[in-house]
Unconditional design. Sequence first.
Length: 801
Amino acid sequence: MRAFSILCLLASTAVAIPSPKISSVRRPGHRGPNRRDIVTNQVNTTAASPTITASKDNIWASLTNDEAADVIAYLHNQTDLNLTSVEDAGPWDNTIMVVDLLVPNKTDALSYMDGNGTKPERWVLASLLFGATEEPYAQDWVVGPVPTTEETVYYPYTYGSQAKDAKIRVFDQDDHSELYANASMEIKDIISDILNATIETQDDLSSTFDIWGIDPLWHQPDENGNDRVISWVGFWRYPDTVQMQNGSINFDGETLLPQGLYLQCDITGRDPSKWGLMGVLYGDEYYSSLQDFRSAWEQPGFEKYAVNYGGDWIGTDQAGEVLPLEEIAPPMPVQPAGQRFKVDEENKYIEWMDFTFYLTFTRDTGMRLYDIKYKGQRIIYELGLQEAVAHYAGNDPVQSGTAYLDTYYGFGPYAFSQIPGFDMPLYAYCMNTTFHASELSKSHRCGISIFEADQNYLIQRHSNADYISATKNIALTVRSVSTVGNYDYNFEYIFYLDGSIETVVRASGYIQSAYYAKNSEYGYQIHDALAGSMHDHSLNFKVDFDILGTQNTVVKHVIEAKDIKYKWNNLTRSTMHMYRTEVTSEDHGKMNWSANSQEQVVIVNKDVPNKYGEPRGYKIMPSRGGAGMHLTIKNSSNLINSQGFADHAYYVTKRKDSELRASSAWNDYDTANPLVDFNKFFDGDNLEQEDIVMWFNLGMHHVPHTGDLPNTVFSTAQSGMIITPHNYLLSDPSRQATQQIRIDYTDNSTTDVYTFGSQPVTGDIELAQVAWDPYTYYGDVAVRKFPYDPQNPFNDTESIV
Ligand SMILES: *[C@@H]1O[C@H](CO)[C@@H](O)[C@H](O)[C@H]1NC(C)=O
Ligand SMILES: *[C@@H]1O[C@H](CO)[C@@H](O)[C@H](O)[C@H]1NC(C)=O
Ligand SMILES: *[C@@H]1O[C@H](CO)[C@@H](O)[C@H](O)[C@H]1NC(C)=O
Ligand SMILES: *[C@@H]1O[C@H](CO)[C@@H](O)[C@H](O)[C@H]1NC(C)=O
Ligand SMILES: *[C@@H]1O[C@H](CO)[C@@H](O)[C@H](O)[C@H]1NC(C)=O
Ligand SMILES: *[C@@H]1O[C@H](CO)[C@@H](O)[C@H](O)[C@H]1NC(C)=O
Ligand SMILES: *[C@@H]1O[C@H](CO)[C@@H](O)[C@H](O)[C@H]1NC(C)=O
Ligand SMILES: *[C@@H]1O[C@H](CO)[C@@H](O)[C@H](O)[C@H]1NC(C)=O
Ligand SMILES: *[C@@H]1O[C@H](CO)[C@@H](O)[C@H](O)[C@H]1NC(C)=O
Ligand SMILES: *[C@@H]1O[C@H](CO)[C@@H](O)[C@H](O)[C@H]1NC(C)=O
Ligand SMILES: *[C@@H]1O[C@H](CO)[C@@H](O)[C@H](O)[C@H]1NC(C)=O
Ligand SMILES: *[C@@H]1O[C@H](CO)[C@@H](O)[C@H](O)[C@H]1NC(C)=O
Ligand SMILES: [Cu+2]
């Protein structure tokens, strides 16, 4: 996935970047297309948008630019941290990677939100990278309160980490690309031959091939038992420029062009003279030196394999015959009478029908929802992504060694501006998103879109001989799309009139593929020399339920086949019944969805039964695609102690301020010794009538086939989970909707029509709602934070489209 863009970045920038992987500034790639400077987005999307003022401030709001600048300056003032500004830093300096809000502790938050408590102070979680040492490490720090004063303190975030001192070792602090280039140049004649290229100079090499590989890095003991850090890299061909009708373009399909040649290197320590090549893999044969590889190549009969080249096939432009009538403007959504929800933009607070919630946004995990209330009662305190793992497998070490933990790269930095009319309806309400990384604050216009839409199937319907009744299924969607390297993730939360909330993730973009040779056990051959590389996506979400208070219990209402003898029949009947069982302890907190969906999983407050004595609750269940899945691989050799959140379909734990997230963005640095070890959350706590959190996985087992070329499609690569009221109300709340109709009829005619006060559509469609000038697509805004110049906030502005 992303590794390649990062290496492009290294190759294309003279500036030393302390930690290549976390750089949030994604500059035009090595051979990237020319980019336009784009200044404005002219869709009048927020026109006539009803506003509201939240009764309480958004205490989860992202750090403002001023807060980020303040805390960065404060940290630079702490001489013991010995920080160098990112702009001046090299790998042997200490730098600030990310500053983000450290959310208030829940009791403080609730005392403010629900009572007369004071507004919680603003605290910051700062991730620092200590490069000025032989053993570089990352460390999370607590800083606060902000704005900084004499009272402000800073200390390691030990209470939120299972690692000692909240530190994690960094084993790839230095740039190893020269090592790979040097080794490659020693076999440039072989490369030229087997990969059909003309490699005379290092420039030829670096303009033809991108050399990158496993993530995370491996560790293995040498013969003396000392830990060695191993990197395997593969050769990827840069896509050729393709000529399209209006000029040329480089499609971003490098991950479709593996070349089948791999180098193994020892990159232990910080002294480049101690690094070295350990082996070569080609055609499923391993050679333990360049010399061995050369000898084999010189033998007559050395088997050469086909090469992957770019070309039109990696392009995503229209191709093939235009289908009948297909080029005619298709149906599209309109919002004829204006927006039907209210927004407090400053507080990022939304009111739609009977739902209210706050939004926020983080560098690591993108958008998050807090304090979701339904009919005035909180049902969810927090809902959001925790981590996304993409775990590959293959007969080559690069696929086998790839298990991306995507929050490492971050979902925030890549939540690019959504395209009106494509990513979202033209009338969508747009929120800008901001994150602070590498001492730079960046905003994406319309990183989050919010819109209502007709789901185009009814939420309710019934007819008989006398009447028909039908209700439109109008739902509110909150959407954010992040392109993390080769893959595009569409995240959304959908609110429905029946009180349900659905979490959906979809994937598109370029697959990371494998070389075809002898790889048939790990996927299909999908192009000339290409295999779709099998992988599992597992995306973990946290849902902190508060059903009628914080004291909740997970109950399973199990339907079960049973033979029962009743009083009214002497024969035993084969039938089914239902029983209830509670998840009472974290010892039983790791679960999978039952076979045949026979368990209904309900989160209830046992102390608040409805009038029939049934506990009121919300049910949670998979709703689309691969929901309910988890990683196939057990005890992954790549993820080691960092996959705890992904080996079951869902989990329940007791909520703790010290267990905010299922993973850390920096676990990828050293997966054996993660900053957050999810498994350690399970320490036997009682779960009966406690403040509980559910962590569920969405995802898919992805074995790419020819239909993934050139891009995976959202229509099938999707997964969803829905929560829905369960004996929570006494009837279906969607009956409140006026957007329904009852038509009474007799044998041959309609007699009466009831519309319940829903207003008819009148007037003309405002054309601004159905047309948009794509030349107004809007890019990034960047604000450098150190030194901070609030008078000239856009000095570092660059466009990213
Ligand atoms: C946007 O819409 C509002 C209300 O409909 C209107 O007053 C305003 O002039 C519009 N702005 C632009 C730039 O069209
Ligand atoms: C940092 O130190 C300088 C010099 O002592 C001082 O002027 C500035 O206010 C300090 N900034 C912060 C945020 O502590
Ligand atoms: C502080 O960092 C610099 C590099 O930025 C390094 O040369 C120096 O040794 C460090 N000082 C201490 C006391 O660690
Ligand atoms: C929040 O809770 C943690 C863990 O209990 C505690 O260490 C920390 O001091 C609390 N933070 C604040 C600001 O009260
Ligand atoms: C908040 O304060 C008001 C006035 O002092 C008091 O009437 C009310 O009960 C308090 N509410 C809570 C939840 O403490
Ligand atoms: C790569 O080769 C150059 C030229 O021989 C040498 O100076 C440099 O140290 C080498 N780099 C590595 C990482 O081996
Ligand atoms: C090698 O590359 C050249 C173009 O550089 C192409 O014409 C030729 O067909 C390729 N050979 C093979 C065996 O793919
Ligand atoms: C591309 O070419 C077509 C056909 O020549 C032309 O109609 C169209 O305007 C061109 N588009 C751009 C963006 O130049
Ligand atoms: C979103 O960002 C753009 C570009 O910086 C800015 O012009 C606009 O005012 C922002 N919108 C809001 C609602 O802050
Ligand atoms: C069950 O069998 C007994 C003995 O044959 C009979 O008396 C009784 O009526 C039967 N009960 C039912 C419900 O058929
Ligand atoms: C429709 O039915 C009504 C009585 O149900 C009858 O009076 C009328 O003639 C019918 N109309 C037609 C067109 O069949
Ligand atoms: C930003 O640009 C202004 C105007 O060019 C210049 O005066 C100022 O020094 C710059 N600030 C920084 C932090 O580079
Ligand atoms: Cu996939």
